[in-house]
Design a protein around this ligand. Structure first.
Ligand SMILES: [Zn+2]
Length: 197
């Protein structure tokens, strides 16, 4: 049985894949299943900072780390590694030029990251330790925002206030969350791997 804990400070990291719905709603799901498994693995396999995996929620992965020992830069680097691995898999499938309906939608797939710092609580549900708390809600709600980019890392002010962070090249954005108010964030771009034809 898992051991549950009361409120603790933690970094919450949510890599979120967009484009899943259109991808699995087509008739031919043979390649869709294989590709989705590989894309999720590209994220999980690059968890170099050893975040705890809480849940895979369809197209998003919920990671957290209590008493985080790392720097902001290390978290950003890990996101970049995940992003590169994700696009490497996508590129491999695109190169196959498969005519199936799923593979035609590969260009719709994208990956973004939410990084937040706050307090996590947990409750036992049968033998399962489920995370909860206001900061978890904030991290989830930030996935739905009005940013005009598809792929980025979004760091909340709570995260950048806690960890030393070089603000150059990051855009400051305030995001309104219903009932919770304005959340200050920094948004940074990710770089895709070079495609060699
Ligand atoms: Zn295919």
């Amino acid at each position: 049985m898992e051991v549950c804990y009361s409120n603790q400070e933690a970094v919450i990291l949510i890599p979120d894949i967009s484009g899943f719905t259109g991808f699995v709603s087509v008739a031919d799901t043979e390649h869709a299943q294989e590709i989705i498994a590989l894309l999720l693995e590209s994220v999980l396999d690059n968890n170099l900072l050893d975040f705890e995996l809480s849940e895979i929620e369809g197209d998003a992965v919920l990671f957290y780390k209590l008493k985080p020992p790392f720097t902001a830069n290390e978290v950003i680097q890990q996101c970049n590694k995940m992003f590169q691995a994700f696009h490497k898999i996508l590129n491999e499938f695109k190169r196959k030029n498969c005519p199936c309906q799923s593979c035609k939608k590969l260009n719709d797939m994208s990956l973004k990251f939410i990084v937040h710092y706050g307090t996590l609580g947990s409750i036992m549900v049968n033998d399962y330790c489920k995370l909860f708390g206001k900061d978890l809600i904030i991290a989830h709600r930030l996935l739905k925002n009005n940013l005009r980019f598809k792929e980025y890392i979004l760091l909340t002010d709570a995260f950048t206030n806690r960890f030393d962070f070089a603000r150059e090249n990051w855009k400051q954005k305030e995001i309104m969350i219903e009932e919770l108010g304005l959340i200050g964030t920094y948004v940074g771009m990710l770089s895709k791997p070079l495609v060699i034809h």
